[in-house]
Each structure stands twice: as C-alpha cells, then as structure tokens.
Design a protein around this ligand. Sequence first.
Ligand code: CAA
Length: 295
Amino acid sequence: MAEIRKVGVLGCGLMGSGIAQVSAQAGYDTVVREVDEAPLQKGLGSIEKRLARSVDKGKLDAGKKDEILGRLSGTTSLEDLADCDLVIEAVVEDLAIKNDMWRELDGLCGPDTIFASNTSSLTIADMAAATDRPGRMVGLHFFNPVPVMKLVEVVKTIATDAEVFDTAFDFARSLGKEPITCKDNSGFVVNLLLVPYMMDAIRAAEQGVASVEDIDKGMMLGTGYPMGPFTLLDFVGLDTTDKIGDIMFEEYKEKRYASPPLLKRMVSMGYYGRKSGMGFYDYSGDKPRVVDLGI
Ligand code: CAA
C-alpha cells in the first residue's frame, strides 16, 4: 500500500480548514492551498483559534499545538502541492472549477499521487475522467465540523484501484475517523438521505405545517438529533445546500432533491446561514433569533 507522508488540501474554507487541521494533527506534513491570501489567512486563523481553544480547555498541550502548526503551511500556488502523496480537494461545489485544478495538478504531481475529493454531491468519476489517473482517484467525504464529526465516506469509482481505495480508507482511520465504503453515486450515503430531509423541512415550513422553531424543536426532541433541520441548514450553508440540491436533482430528476423556491430566494438575498450571519436564524445577537421570512 502507498505510504502517505505529505498531504495537500485544496481550499481552506469551512471544510478544507478542518481537513487540513485533522491531517496535521494526525502527524502528516500538510499544505493547504487557497486562491488568494485573504481567504488563506482566514482559514489558517480559524485552525489556530480552534487549537488554542483546545489548549484553553486542557484538551491539548500547548507544545503539541505548536507542533501541529509547524506541520501545517499555507500557499496560493498549486505548484507547492507537487510533492504531495495525497491531495484532498475541498473547494466550491462546481465541477468545472474542480476539474481545472485536477488537470493542472495532474501535470504537476508524480504519477503515484492519490487525488481525493471531498465533494458532497458530484460524482468522483466525473473528476477522475478529467485526469490521466482515473485509477488513483477516490472520494474522501468529511462532515462539518470536521475536527468533531467521526464519519468519513470513502468512495470508489468503477475505475479506482483497490490499493488506492485501501490507502484512502486507512488514511481516514489514521485521522481517528470511522470510514465507511460508498459507491460513487451522487450524495453517497449521508447526503442521499439528508438532503431530501432538509429540503422537506423547508417545504413543511412553506406549507405552514409548523414554525421554523417548532420544526427544529420537534426533530431535536422527537428524534434525538443534535440540531433541528433549519439550524443544520444554516450550519451547512444555504448556498452550499442549494448547489448540492441542484446537482442531485440534475442527477436523479427526483423532486425530493430539488431546492424549494424559498431556499433559492434566500440564497439570492445573501442569506447563507451562519457564515453570512443570517439564514433561517439571525446570528447577530447573543442568541440566534428566528428570521421573519413571511412563512
Ligand atoms: N469546529 C470545531 N469544533 C467544534 C465546532 C466547530 N465548528 N463546533 C463545536 N465544536 C466542538 C466543541 O468545541 C466541543 O468540543 P469539546 O467536546 O472538545 O469541548 C464539541 O464540538 C461539542 O460542542 P458544543 O458542546 O459547543 O455543542 P454541541 O454538543 O451542540 O455540538 C455539534 C456541536 C458537534 C456541531 C453538534 O451540534 C452536531 O453534531 N451537529 C450536527 C452536525 C451535522 O449534522 N453535521 C453534518 C452536516 S452535513 C455535512 O457536513 C456534509 C455535507 O456534505 C453537507
């Protein structure tokens, strides 16, 4: 099996910064790449903050924190990922953008480098086909917040080499995660079931079944979920969920994956959820307050 020593992460947003953090925490030399300096510094800053919080809570040694940060570097250049054994992509959910990066990296990295995507809803095959290394492409799908959530979906396409899949599976385990094996269908396991649930929650509110707060309360207290569907939508990001819905609807042509009109309007208005400070809830005060959306 291939040995992973150096890991490259594409994207230092919500998911990429989490993946870079857990990779460096697990002892891998990790380089994370963003398109511009500003988002890169923001992402690296969020990692530092999370580690500092763990030190404050007594869950991480201060020396250990410095070691982790010492293994982590940031760049805006794809060339700095050329010597990575594994590259994990966590950029915006747009196939053309992802494939432009894969094509460039295909020419920069050695033939043995494994390419992995953290896509939520695209298929890995649609990325593998853009490269000259389809056998060395897998899915490694993490969950938000990455440092906390235990699951990684490890995805094999019809062309993934068995040895590459095993390496990716073991890598996920080495991060302290619980990997599961998934086929390369849009949404894998979790989003196949979770996306219709979140879309249905919006439709239920639109139909006046109950208020946003009561639907959230119902699902938390009635099923033991840690968050209700609207809190979760705001947490995942409404723009991200809308994109995922579009991609899954395009794939399956089933209404349950389609973004309800209200979600589309909220995204148009810049209501992206927690990351923009406003979604189904307003996050500008001490406590989230439900937003009056006229439903
Ligand atoms: N980043 C890092 N760590 C975080 C965090 C974050 N954003 N939010 C919370 N944590 C940590 C806290 O620091 C705390 O750590 P310690 O136990 O070490 O102190 C721990 O998580 C618990 O946090 P809290 O006590 O503050 O809050 P909580 O018990 O309510 O847990 C939660 C927070 C883990 C986010 C929990 O609410 C939860 O599990 N929510 C559901 C999340 C979920 O469903 N994620 C999947 C989304 S779908 C997805 O990601 C895939 C996709 O493709 C769309």
